[in-house]
Design a protein around this ligand. Sequence first.
Ligand SMILES: *Cc1c(COP(=O)(O)O)cnc(C)c1O
Length: 476
Amino acid sequence: MNADEVRERLATLRERDLPTHGGRTLAYVYDSGIAEADELGREALAAYGATNGLDPTAFPSLLAMERDLVAFARPLFHAPDGAVGTVTSGGTESILLAVQAARDAHPDVPDPVMVVPSSIHAAFHKAAHYFGVARVSVPVDPVTKRADVGATDAAIEQHAGRVVLVAASAPSYAHGVIDPIAELAGLAAARGIRFHVDACIGGWVLPWLERAGRVAVPWDFAVDGVTSISADLHKYAYTPKGVSLLLHRDAGLRRPMFFASADWPGYTMLNATLQSTRSGGPLAAAWAVVSFLGDDGYDRLARHAHDGTLRLAEGVAAIEHLDLAAPPDSTLLAVTTDESCDVFTLSDAMLERGWFVQPQMAYGDLPATLHLTISAATADQVGDFLTDLTDAVSEAVAQGPVVVDEQLAAAARAIDVATLDDDAFDGLLQLAGLSGGESGVLALPDRMAAVNALLDVAPPRLREALLVAFLDRLTR
Ligand SMILES: *Cc1c(COP(=O)(O)O)cnc(C)c1O
């Protein structure tokens, strides 16, 4: 290809992606609506794309920018003097590192455990899986959707001597509520256990909402027992993808996270994160955007997104057949339906109207919901969103909820995932509508409701196995 052909192809490839800007994509992407900030981020991303964070002495620019970002974040989270921070590639990496550090701080505990609410982000499940830390999930309160303090206390007690980490969210991704951080951190602190606050999505919103008097509960280092906090810049700091912050209350807590190896004939590998070679682009982009927007910019953006969230919450609650899973503590909403329609049909109907809203499946006692992440650019369009949502609800009610054949559902519940081989997965994927059929090319159906409704009745283990099989085929 010549250069023009490459550019053209890049543009064409993007046409089928969800829009990253314009405020109509209510998951995955975050739009400040400030074009100049986006442009600065892109410039910095390009300018630093080839630099390597592997060695901060070789690229002191990256160290300087990392220090600036940590310095900006510390007062936001009421961090004490000795607090330290690390820039990572995203929320999952921040969480993986928090768990790894907690595990490696206790080489004396051969079978470590983490105690988390059932609403904790799946990144903790991944960390448990990768690092051999057993996960004890405590069901959240079915009404408030917040972590259950008494049950968490009992779980910690039950695994006494093995618990290396307790964690909770501010707020939870699935329901947008802040867990009772002070009470939970108190349980951990009383036993000398680390306590991590997952503020991946709330970390760049809550500090300003708190200042505006809109968040009354303490959730950060202001709470004594909180030992680490994760906050993603590629969410509400509106920076290009690939940047999160992991803060520890003191350097000693962070120390087990570092890795060095001189045990080979090459350079001594010395890493603060999971990646070794890592592009300086995302860090530089984050530095540029945070420097440009600054405290005042984020103050306006956080209040604007929150205003939009409150208006949206009020509007949703007023639509017949819809309700909120919980009142919003931040800028996320989880919307439920009554039995006259379902969230899967609704999300399809919204997509047809140009809005992406994310269906979340039922889990235990918790109903299926529509997830809405409200960024500043979405806050400008609450009226249009509610008009289209009202319309989409009428359509979904007229269609009625997707009914999964009871025999099929019973069969799904009875499947032992461990016994399925590749052929069985091919058959199941076909049945679920997740197979491309003849051509062998996988394509998703235009309407996902039938697929999602079927997955919704499948036990979580089967959901996971089916989707892994799907991904496997998608990437062959
Ligand atoms: C987004 C998110 C994560 C994971 O972050 P990634 O950047 O997607 O890896 C973890 N916890 C919460 C609460 C989140 O919202």
